[in-house]
Design a protein around this ligand. Sequence first.
Ligand code: FAD
Length: 339
Amino acid sequence: MIKTDALIIGAGPTGLFTAHQLKLIGLNCEIVDNLDKIGGQCIELYPDKPIYDIPAIPECTGEELTNNLLEQLKPFNIKFHLGERVDELKKDNEKWNVKTSKGTVFETPNVIIAGGVGSFEPRKFSPKECEQFENKTILYSIKNKKIFDGKTVSIFGGGDSALDWALELSKTSKVNLIHRRDEFRAIQATVDKVKELSNDGKINLITNSQLKTVSGNGKLEEIEIENDNKETKKLKTDFALGFFGLIMQLGPIANWGLNLNKKTVEVDTEKFETNQKGIYAVGDICNYPGKLKLILSGFHEGALAARACFKLARPNEKYRFEFTTSSKTIQNRLGVKSD
Ligand SMILES: Cc1cc2nc3c(=O)[nH]c(=O)nc-3n(C[C@H](O)[C@H](O)[C@H](O)COP(=O)(O)OP(=O)(O)OC[C@H]3O[C@@H](n4cnc5c(N)ncnc54)[C@H](O)[C@@H]3O)c2cc1C
């Protein structure tokens, strides 16, 4: 069990800046995110797009903003738990007991939900039979491409991820690339390369077809696909990979007894606390009169929620407001060298 002063759910811009604020005032925190990377919507949805309304930064991309936030966090050595979804949140005496999808357990007086529009989840294959092979031989992301060496891999999808992986894996595996349409959404150079390898017989390209069912004993052995004319075809395969993009789901947050308003969590505007003591919501996920779903609002909300955490984390101490420019305590925490 990991004990911490505050647990942050979500490593988007709000979660990152909230961690900074907690550490500045001397509180410990750890961050959990369902994605395997840091940055939330900025990294997942628009890494290359310029943002023009971050105070004092005239222009920066989603990726640059994330990198800058991480740079600002560098003195603090924050522990991230990526690829883990927070599933359970239960009150245990005065503390919150928090459990993730990977079984990590935290005990903390403060939970800050910076969950944006909910957790990003891969869009999955529709046949029910796929579930038994999920995370083993049916995958929606690739962590170690070596597992496909010398195997037959059936890749589904028509965007950049599907085509890029088809090209990459065709170097070491037998690849079937299956797409439900005739046209692809990937960049033209990639589409051209895929068609070239298909003509050379190095990729088995099948269009206007979808997955109908899968079968296997313990591990995936065969897939059955169906084309637009309802004709079916069976293919032997070791792996099936689905690249259909991500969906955003409020997910488990909806089950934690919080006051919800559509797909957001209601908070007060003093502490950004929810209807449950010690649980705060900041950033896109929170709701109050006048809420603006902007990154700058998340920064303000995180700063206030962090100060509210102090009371429960250090019940015998008094929080003192200090400026970073003049506080030696804060500067020591940041590792600033004094002359
Ligand atoms: C195309 C586009 C352009 C935009 N342009 C601008 C702009 O110019 N200026 C601006 O200010 N804003 C812009 N925004 C909005 C901005 O990106 C959001 O306001 C911001 O990302 C919200 O940050 P957040 O940290 O609150 O949430 P998010 O960035 O959504 O991050 C939330 C994180 O929480 C994780 N999470 C959720 N639930 C769980 C769970 N149960 N367990 C573990 N992890 C979980 C998610 O996986 C996600 O990574 C834009 C948004 C889009 C889509």
